[in-house]
Design a protein around this ligand. Sequence first.
Ligand SMILES: Cc1cc2nc3c(=O)[nH]c(=O)nc-3n(C[C@H](O)[C@H](O)[C@H](O)COP(=O)(O)OP(=O)(O)OC[C@H]3O[C@@H](n4cnc5c(N)ncnc54)[C@H](O)[C@@H]3O)c2cc1C
Length: 442
Amino acid sequence: MNPFVSGAIWLSVYLGIVLAPVLVLLLAPTPASGGFWWDVSMGLGYAGITMMAVQFVLTARFKRATAPFGIDVIYAFHRYLAYALLVLILLHPTILVIRDPAQLSAILTPWTVPFEVSAGTASLLLLLFIVGVSAFRKPLRIPYEPWRATHLLLSIGAVGFAFVHMFGIGYYTEAAAVQAIWVLIGFSLVAIVFYVRLLRPWRLLHRPFRVAEVQPELAESWMLAVEPLGHEGFDFEPGQFAWLTVRKSPFTMHEHPFSIASSPDPHGRIEFVIKELGDFTRTVGQIPPGTVAYVDGPYGSFSIDRHPEAAGYVFLAGGIGIAPMMSMMRALAERGDARSHFAFAAHSTWDRIPLRDQVLALRKELDLEVVHVLEEPPEEEEWGGEEGWITKELLDRYLPPERADYHYFICGPVPMIRAMEAFLKELGIEPGNVHTELFDMV
Ligand SMILES: Cc1cc2nc3c(=O)[nH]c(=O)nc-3n(C[C@H](O)[C@H](O)[C@H](O)COP(=O)(O)OP(=O)(O)OC[C@H]3O[C@@H](n4cnc5c(N)ncnc54)[C@H](O)[C@@H]3O)c2cc1C
């Protein structure tokens, strides 16, 4: 299905779910209204709680739902919706207090009011904490894994308190249709948590992989290959990524996303190229072959296979961003692709280019022009490559006249991605032909 059509369908589904509890009120017999602003406040509260529940769906990594957008877009959507739902939920008591300032004491002194009222305050405070800590996790230097576990537990708490608040107060929740829809939402929430935290890890546990090879690569990075143990592995599109768990149970939250750097293999072998960066990635070089690993994938929409109509492909990689490009270039070579392609690789020095020799070797099998752009090129006179950064002028010099018909894949540090997007726009490339992968989605 056309990605725009399926994207529109999923967006309509989202809006339908968020508005369902409010819309069903129009059908159900309702108690006497507390007035227009009272009803607005209730509607905002209901929409806010439903949005809180849907947040769990967005991060559940349902492949079919995330495919039209790409999972990084879904995570960004999750982040922005968190701000939106926080505003809606803050407006809910704000309107009530403006209408009747006496309500403020109920919020400020939760121990003096019935539990169902203070549950609302507890939910709001938890929500403020979750959103605040998530927004400032990096500046606060909170490690990823503890943050993720706490994020999940507190989010379940915030929704739980919101449900207690809503049903405890019981305003507009008496009609059977309204109750049915909330029961459905509550049940779906429990089912999602069950699926994500128990069922999916259990399935991964029964489809293990083993580490087949670990080889050093240039620029403090490692090639780690895994092979399926007793099953056929999974199909993927070149350029996609997977979550890797090594030396831990899939029930723990110690999984890391890595692009697949190899092309699809009939025996299910998968290669990653991993740059040493933090707690896990610094230990990759010490993983002995034979270690059991779990691979949850494939995910992502950063793939040439989504754009087969292209006149050719242009790969723009910064640093370890070459990994998904390698998968795509290898697949093109194996398919005997006859189109012309370009790979621009931006690195600091000649000795710090992961997969350098493998990319250069692909020129024998593929009509591929490789352009290395080095911040500090070698001193020797024979260096004939480019120096500095990838600029608009440099791209203009290399790209063919029919450049508008090519598709462009960019992966690297965020400033590089933004710069490339701007240059390509200035060079007249349609945004629909430009695809990006961010190695940082949380
Ligand atoms: C779609 C995608 C593809 C990627 N592909 C590659 C690749 O091919 N090669 C490569 O070297 N790196 C890749 N990365 C980056 C890689 O996931 C992180 O470098 C790695 O998870 C860091 O883990 P750490 O424990 O070593 O470092 P830490 O110091 O623990 O983490 C550093 C930062 O990495 C991010 N991170 C850590 N753990 C996770 C996690 N489980 N899920 C999401 N983000 C996390 C967080 O923002 C964290 O602040 C990719 C990232 C994404 C999102």
